[in-house]
Design a protein around this ligand. Structure first.
Ligand code: NAP
Length: 258
């Protein structure tokens, strides 16, 4: 697919799913700003993309911080001229039974996964509405469509991101802009490796057993790859998906939702 001439900001773009989305968009001709808090990761990915002949810049930003998001919007607009595509991918996880979730952890997870999605959308949407073309892709989670044990804070924050997606999509309908969410099951990234570490530390089970438990929630008996999520994001950005708006698309091999 060609998106030649378009521009994009990808939050949480330094590694994992965000990095795969940045590579996919750049490969389709999109000039990208990759953003996250870890300087080496965003600079490293931007350098990799530039070496491959793409237009790419790294900008450090914390999506949970309003001033930092305002600075990201300024820097991205300086480099790209205008921003056509926003991928709200930055996210953090955490697991605990409801009775042991601290207010601090609850607020921290909401600040990134829910508030960060709102702050970035609010910052970039006006430019898209002005040009009459735009795409917002929110990387939520299958946990934003269903629930399970020990994930109440994460799941609630992702339900918030999905609800926000549906409401914002209704507001922009018919104006050349679409806002959708992707809801992956477990994806082969650092986030899942950390989940495995937590299970091992809390239960004393082996890494293989912990991973097998995670994989058993998917319909196809494996983790989803970052590239599969990136492919879906790329499709949502194309003109062929212009009529898809306000959706929360599950990518989990068919398992989690039963
Ligand atoms: P990851 O490898 O841990 O990457 C998360 C990215 O988000 C990193 O680049 C991280 O960079 C960035 N980030 C975290 N907090 C941030 C903040 N406050 N401001 C800006 N950037 C921030 O995880 P991933 O699996 O690729 O996750 C990407 C997204 O997919 C998340 O929203 C996650 O919830 C969602 N997801 C993941 C899975 C999965 O199984 N892996 C499944 C469903 C949905 P810094 O730490 O450097 O800021």
């Amino acid at each position: 697919m060609s998106l030649e001439g378009k521009t994009a900001v990808i939050t949480g773009g330094g590694r994992g799913i965000g990095a795969a989305v940045a590579r996919a968009l750049a490969g389709a001709g999109v000039r990208v700003v990759v953003s996250a808090r870890t300087a080496e990761q965003v600079a490293g990915l931007a350098a990799e993309l530039r070496e491959a002949g793409h237009g790419a810049w790294g900008v450090i930003a914390d999506v949970a911080d309003e001033a930092s998001v305002a600075n990201l919007a300024r820097e991205a607009t300086d480099r790209l001229g205008r921003v056509d595509i926003l991928v709200n991918n930055a996210g953090i996880a955490g697991s605990a039974p409801v009775t042991r979730i601290t207010l601090e952890d609850w607020n921290r997870i909401f600040a990134v996964n829910a508030t960060g999605t709102f702050l970035c959308t609010r910052a970039f949407l006006p430019g898209m509405l002005e040009t009459g073309w735009g795409r917002v892709v929110n990387v939520a989670s299958v946990a934003g469509r269903t629930g399970g044990r020990y994930m109440a804070a994460y799941s609630a924050s992702k339900h918030a991101a999905v609800g926000f997606t549906r409401c914002a999509a209704a507001e922009v309908a018919g104006r050349g802009v679409t806002i959708n969410a992707l809801c992956p099951g477990f994806v082969d990234t650092e986030m899942v490796r950390e989940s495995v570490d937590r299970i091992v530390a809390k239960t004393g089970r082996s890494r293989d057993e912990a991973l097998a438990d995670i994989v058993s929630t998917s319909g196809h008996g494996r983790l989803v790859s970052s590239e599969e999520v990136a492919d879906a994001a790329l499709w949502l950005c194309g003109d062929g998906a212009a009529s898809v708006n306000g959706q929360a698309i599950v990518i989990d091999g068919g398992g989690f939702l039963g």
